[in-house]
Every structure is written in structure tokens, then in C-alpha cells.
Write a protein that binds this ligand. Structure first.
Ligand SMILES: [Zn+2]
Length: 371
């Protein structure tokens, strides 16, 4: 276990902000996996900026079907260049500070430590992904390529070691409402895109109310939420706005397909067109990440609840669990550190949680892959 801080320190030293190539951290992980006698396979792709990204799968045996996969993302969110500890892991008062220490390099260090010295009889995989922080892109590549069938997966994210058995989805649509510009002294000569957008947004507020009827008790709040976080329209104070854009975001509960909100939204647009025949609107639904749900009776949930001593729960933030479902697995999300400490200067992971995580993972491997 003395090794775990060393591994985390080496991982944090490698700058793996999502905008950069993750080749360096993948090479490091390949070296660690080689030392553990794991077989590694690279799954490279080129992102939309032409930067090479790699997903790495390390296996205990030559196979395309595994009992358990431990999944960690290699990328991190950006950091303030004035934060000296960002790439120089620093221990203070039982905490390890550095970018990625809790999201999610701590989990990766724990996974590499947990695999050591376990005699494995059923195949195990370590899966290291790229681009999680910018839309789960690496995991989506794997979900599409399906290089592996997985029975159970443990996805690393900071949950303070609480096993997470369900997560909401995440969907986005860019909306452009069209109008017709005219001098504001003569509104009859044009059509204001801002007034049109406002009427449509009123309908979205009603949809948000309607969504509260489909309850899923495990979550707080227990229904699909929606938000218009950005809005922008018009060119001058005395011109009828020719265009108004807004961003619609919604977080569907797992029992509800992402398209449900989209269908309600399209009906709202049709209703506007009934009363305003000139109403014109483009909807680009460019992100539809589904949620996930694993039965509370799943053996993996029971196992992780016992090993961590913490009852399972749910989260409202996005994870790679849905992509691991696409590989056939029952996923659970768990990891050391608190999500509220991630994504900010001063990110840290408590040393005792880091070490307990390695122990939890080791017990999972022993019970599932070495019975
Ligand atoms: Zn993360």
C-alpha cells in the first residue's frame, strides 16, 4: 500500500488536461500494467482539434469477455497556472493536494494498487479512458467499438466511497428562434425573435412543471430538471430582434428516455406555430447522454456496500456508467474524494479514503475474479 501515494504523485505530475493529448499518461499506465503482467491494448482516436487521444484496456488474460472492469478517466479539468501544487502532489494534514488527485487519478492509483498480488482466476480489465471531462468522449468511443463484454464494472468518480447505483442523464439542445428585423417604432413591419423566444420559454417552464409528475424517488430532486442557462438575442435597443439563441439543458431520470423532453419541446414549438404562422425555430439536440441504473439487489452493490460500510445512493452528475452499460455490464460508481472538492484550485483526496478505496477494490477483485 506504500506504493499508492507514489503512483498518485507520478500520475498528478503528468499534465493531462483534456485539451492536450493523453499519450504521456497512457504510456505511463502501460508501463505500470506491464509490471503487473497485464496485457494492454490501445484504442486511439483523433479528437475534433486533430489531437491524438487513447483509451487503454489492460487485461489479466487474452479475452474479449471479462467478469469485472475497473474504469478511470485519464483527463482532468484545467488548473490555475499559479496553483503550484497542481502537478506536484503535496501532503498536508492527511490530505493529498493536486489536480486530478480526487477526479480521478486517486481511483486509478487505487485500482493499480488493488490488482497487485491478487491471484486471479476470472478475467479482469482495467479501462483507462480519454476526454471524460469534455463529454465522455473516450467512453463513448469504446461503447461504440464494443471491444469487450463486461459483467460488472466499477467506474471511478469522487463519491467519498459511497457506492452509486443510479445517475441522471445529461442532454443539451441549442435553439435558434428566428424573427424579422424592423425599426422598433414600427413593430408591425417585423417580428421580434426575442418575444417569440420568450413565449417558447414560457412553455418550457410549464414543461418543467409537468416533468415533476414522473417521480423517481432515489434522486434529489426526484424528477427530470431542465434549465435555460444561456440566452442571447437582438442587435440594438431600437431594432426588432432578428434572432434569439438559447441553450436548453435537461437531466433525465433513468426511467425516461432523453427524447421525452425533446418531444414535449417539439409539441410546444408546434403550438407556437399554430398561433404565429411565421414562427421559425431551429433545434440542434447535440448531446443526449443517458442515465444509468443498477438494481439495489445487484451482487456488486451488496459487495461494495459491505466493503465500504456505506449504503448505496444516487448522483445527479454525469459519469461513464452508461457507456459501461453499453458494454453489457452492471455498473457502480465509487471513488475516493468528494466531488465538491474536484474541479477547483485546492482539489485534494484524503489519504485514508484513498487507501480504503484500494482495499474496497481489492475485496471486489477477490470476490468476483478469484472465488
Ligand atoms: Zn471525473
Amino acid at each position: 500500500m506504500g506504493n499508492i501515494k507514489q503512483i498518485l504523485s507520478e500520475l498528478v505530475r503528468i499534465d493531462s488536461v483534456s485539451s492536450r493529448s493523453n499519450v504521456e499518461i497512457i504510456e505511463y499506465l502501460e508501463g505500470r500494467c506491464d509490471a503487473l503482467n497485464l496485457l494492454t491494448r490501445r484504442f486511439p482516436y483523433v479528437d475534433e482539434h486533430g489531437v491524438e487521444k487513447i483509451n487503454l484496456i489492460a487485461l489479466t488474460a487474452e479475452t474479449d469477455e471479462v467478469e469485472l472492469a475497473l474504469v478511470g478517466h485519464t483527463d482532468t479539468v484545467p488548473y490555475d497556472p499559479h496553483w503550484a501544487e497542481a502537478t506536484n502532489l503535496t501532503e498536508r494534514d492527511g490530505k493529498l493536494y493536486g489536480r486530478g488527485s480526487c477526479d480521478t487519478k486517486g481511483f486509478i492509483a487505487a485500482a493499480l494498487t488493488a490488482v497487485e498480488d491478487v491471484k486471479i482466476t476470472k478475467p479482469l480489465a482495467l479501462i483507462f479512458t480519454a476526454d471524460e471531462e469534455i463529454g465522455l468522449r473516450g467512453a463513448k468511443q469504446l461503447a461504440q467499438a464494443k471491444p469487450l463484454r463486461v459483467r460488472y464494472s466499477i467506474v471511478g468518480e469522487p463519491t467519498s466511497l459511497k457506492p452509486i447505483r443510479a445517475g441522471k442523464g445529461y442532454s443539451l439542445a441549442e435553439v435558434i428562434v428566428k424573427g424579422r428585423e424592423a425599426h422598433s417604432a414600427y413593430p408591425a413591419l417585423g417580428a421580434s425573435a426575442v418575444f417569440r423566444a420568450a413565449r417558447l420559454i414560457n412553455r418550457l417552464e410549464s414543461i418543467a412543471e409537468q416533468l415533476k409528475q414522473d417521480q423517481y424517488d432515489a434522486f434529489d430532486p426526484p424528477f427530470t430538471t431542465l434549465n435555460i442557462g444561456l440566452i442571447n438575442g437582438g442587435s440594438a435597443k431600437n431594432v426588432l430582434a432578428g434572432e434569439c439563441r438559447f441553450t436548453l439543458e435537461w437531466r433525465p431520470i433513468p426511467i425516461q428516455p432523453s427524447e421525452h423532453v425533446l418531444e414535449l419541446f417539439k409539441k410546444a414549438i408546434e403550438a407556437e406555430q399554430q398561433i404565429d404562422p411565421g414562427f421559425e425555430c431551429e433545434v440542434d439536440a447535440n448531446r443526449q447522454d443517458t442515465g444509468f441504473e443498477t438494481s439495489p439487489d445487484s451482487p456488486l452493490i451488496k459487495l461494495l456496500e459491505n466493503a465500504s460500510g456505506i449504503k448505496s445512493g444516487t448522483v445527479a452528475f454525469g459519469t461513464e456508467a452508461a457507456q459501461m452499460m453499453a458494454l453489457g455490464s452492471e455498473p457502480v460508481v465509487i471513488g475516493p474524494g468528494d466531488i465538491r472538492e474536484a474541479h477547483r484550485t485546492g482539489e485534494f483526496v484524503p489519504v485514508d479514503e484513498l487507501e480504503r478505496c484500494a482495499e474496497v477494490l481489492r475485496q471486489s477483485i477477490v470476490q468476483l475474479c478469484s472465488p
